[in-house]
Design a protein around this ligand. Structure first.
Ligand SMILES: NC(=O)c1ccc[n+]([C@@H]2O[C@H](COP(=O)([O-])OP(=O)(O)OC[C@H]3O[C@@H](n4cnc5c(N)ncnc54)[C@H](OP(=O)(O)O)[C@@H]3O)[C@@H](O)[C@H]2O)c1
Length: 212
């Protein structure tokens, strides 16, 4: 398949890019710095920013599926998803590309903590989502709102904390809330689950929680 990927140079994006290549897909990546991208020899690079509609459209041209692992480089207000996701949706609508699988985060929806014990829900809501993760959570809520209004075949994958360790090859999926006592999962396992969604229609039009 032809896969367009955004955020390919990031910690999860690099794993996704390598997996796409290994699976035999043709990968086009939008990159702000293609010259330093370690996987530049295995992708077709489109230089540019995800805020630039023409660069985004060039990346999506001819794609069968779009993957995104975009995110800000800090916990400050950067509005990366607020600005980039509408451009990706517009370009997909213009080019007639329907399938998109994005990396989100557990804070994107208000039901995220419904299956957690009350004490943990209180701590995460009041001491995490409203304080140091305030801007990433706002960005993820924006991404969810944009995708769910898009009429595309979207899937948003929502982990809690991401780690860089080895994948376990198994995880819990829940469309309603983070599974009980879910607190982390490796980027490797999230990348594997996102790859599996390329030809799995089960979660189209859905945001799903994933955790160990
Ligand atoms: N960290 C966690 O524990 C955690 C938990 C749950 C969910 N998440 C979410 O997972 C997502 C990915 O996280 P990550 O840690 O794997 O990512 P990351 O390493 O921070 O990478 C972010 C990617 O987005 C790209 N990017 C940012 N702005 C861009 C722009 N204007 N144009 C093009 N590319 C742009 C970066 O490109 P450059 O290389 O050019 O900067 C990079 O490839 C984020 O949305 C994050 O909120 C994170």
């Amino acid at each position: 398949m032809n896969v367009a990927i955004f955020g390919a140079s990031g910690a999860t994006g690099r794993l996704l890019t390598k997996r796409c290549f290994d699976a035999g897909h043709h990968v086009t990546a939008l990159l702000r710095h293609p010259e330093t991208f370690p996987l530049r020899l295995i992708v077709r690079s489109v230089p540019g920013s995800a805020f630039d509609l023409s660069a985004v459209a060039q990346t999506i041209e001819g794609a069968d599926v779009v993957l995104s692992a975009l995110g800000a480089n800090s916990l400050k207000k950067e509005d990366v998803l607020e600005r980039a996701v509408p451009q990706i949706v517009t370009a997909m609508q213009q080019k007639g590309v329907r399938r998109i699988i994005v990396l989100g985060s557990a804070g994107a929806k208000p039901d995220a903590l419904d299956k957690q014990p009350a004490w943990r829900r209180w701590i995460v809501e009041n001491l995490v989502y409203k304080t140091f993760l305030k801007w990433p959570v706002a960005s993820q809520r924006s991404q969810y709102a944009t995708l769910s209004a898009s009429h595309l075949d979207w899937t948003m994958v929502m982990p809690p904390m991401l780690t860089n360790g080895r994948g376990r090859g198994k995880w819990r999926i829940d469309p309603d809330a983070l599974p009980p006592n879910a607190n982390r999962i490796s980027r490797e396992d999230v990348a594997d689950f996102m790859m599996q969604q390329i030809d799995n229609p089960q979660w189209i039009g859905k945001a799903v929680y994933i955790s160990w």
